[in-house]
Structures are given as structure tokens and as C-alpha cells.
Ligand binder design. Structure first.
Ligand code: PRP
Ligand code: MN
Ligand code: MG
Length: 177
């Protein structure tokens, strides 16, 4: 964006790491008996979260990615979810954990879970680091959420504003100056 803005820290890297440890304890309980867990990251926003999450998971894990896009470079959801790159592997009969950075309107994850359920996985669960329930349009609820946040435009830890700021180690909110 051309409009100048600053980023105020909202969730520190330390708080994120601590929350991931809690979440992984719950995930272990749900998938303790799994033969193999296919952890599916939604590109591009989930790449930081999935990297930290799988390194806390003491389970037999396979990592795959699905690229979908709804926002492009805009600040508003297009409500139209496009699959830009499909999974490498099949998930029929497999345990699957879909990893997302943020649930906003819910269109992305509701579309993706419908798509992946049609491939008949054994179990499919979803996890999102952030949830903005006040913005929900699609009827969707993730199985695990890191933090519920108010309706602020956030960046960092994988999340972009017009493709920038994904590399910030914390979650910050955008404030136009
Ligand atoms: C963002 C974000 C989620 C999705 C959430 O992705 O990473 O995937 O939007 O919004 P929703 O709940 O309203 O659908 P984006 O489309 O910007 O692609 P990106 O991950 O490559 O940034
Ligand atoms: Mn995304
Ligand atoms: Mg984006």
C-alpha cells in the first residue's frame, strides 16, 4: 500500500510460542493414536505458524500445502476462494490437520474444509492462530484457535498487508498515520 502506516505490537513472539505449546498438548490428545498426521498449511499466510507448530508436535507427521487466495492484495475478502496449488498427496483415509493463520469472514476455511472432506479423510481438524469472530460471514468454526482478536487489520507471523510484513516475528496491528 502507498498509504503510510505503523505497526503496533498486539501479540508478542513469546506469547505465540507459549500458546502453541498449549495447543500442541490438545492436538496430541486428539491424535495420540494416529498412524500419520497430514498437516496441511494454507499458503501463503500459514507458513510461519505451520513451521512452529510441527516442530512442537511429537507425532508422525507429513507436511503438505494447499495454496488458496481470497484477498489478493486487497484489504477486503473477495468471498471467492480460488485453489491456486493443490496438495501433493492424497488424503483419503488419512488423519488431516489444516493449519491457517487467521479466520476472518470464514470463507477460506469453510471452502477448504468442504473440499478436503470430499476426499474422505479419516479425521479432519482445523487450527487457526487467530480468529476474528465479529467478521464472520460463512458458518465456520475452527477446532482450535490460538487467540481471538477484535476487528483490527493485523500483520506479521505470516500475515501480510499487500504482501508486506509477513516476516515480523510477532502479530501487530496496522495503524495508518
Ligand atoms: C488470508 C488469510 C486467510 C484468509 C482469511 O489469506 O491468510 O487465509 O485470508 O480470510 P477469510 O476468513 O475472510 O477467508 P489471503 O487470501 O490474503 O492469502 P495469503 O494467505 O496468501 O495472504
Ligand atoms: Mn491465507
Ligand atoms: Mg493475504
Amino acid at each position: 500500500s502507498e498509504r503510510p502506516y505503523v505497526i503496533d505490537e498486539m501479540i508478542s513472539a513469546k506469547a505465540i510460542a507459549a500458546r502453541i505449546e498449549d495447543l500442541c498438548r490438545d492436538i496430541h490428545k486428539s491424535f495420540a493414536d494416529t498412524e500419520k498426521l497430514v498437516v496441511v498449511g494454507l499458503l501463503r499466510g500459514s507458513f510461519v505458524f505451520i513451521a512452529d507448530l510441527v516442530r512442537e508436535l511429537d507425532l508422525p507427521v507429513e507436511v503438505d500445502f494447499l495454496e488458496v487466495s481470497s484477498y489478493g492484495d486487497a484489504m477486503e475478502s473477495s468471498r471467492e476462494v480460488r485453489v491456486l496449488k493443490d496438495l501433493r498427496g492424497g488424503i483419503e483415509g488419512r488423519d488431516v490437520l489444516v493449519v491457517e493463520d487467521i479466520v476472518d469472514t470464514g470463507h477460506t476455511l469453510s471452502h477448504v474444509t468442504r473440499l478436503l472432506l470430499s476426499r474422505n479423510p479419516a479425521r479432519l481438524r482445523t487450527i487457526a492462530l487467530l480468529d476474528k469472530p465479529s467478521r464472520r460471514e460463512a458458518d465456520f468454526k475452527a477446532d482450535w484457535i490460538g487467540f481471538e482478536i477484535p476487528d483490527e487489520f493485523v500483520v506479521g507471523y505470516g500475515i501480510d498487508f499487500a504482501q508486506r510484513n509477513r516476516n515480523l516475528p510477532f502479530i501487530g496491528k496496522v495503524r495508518f498515520t
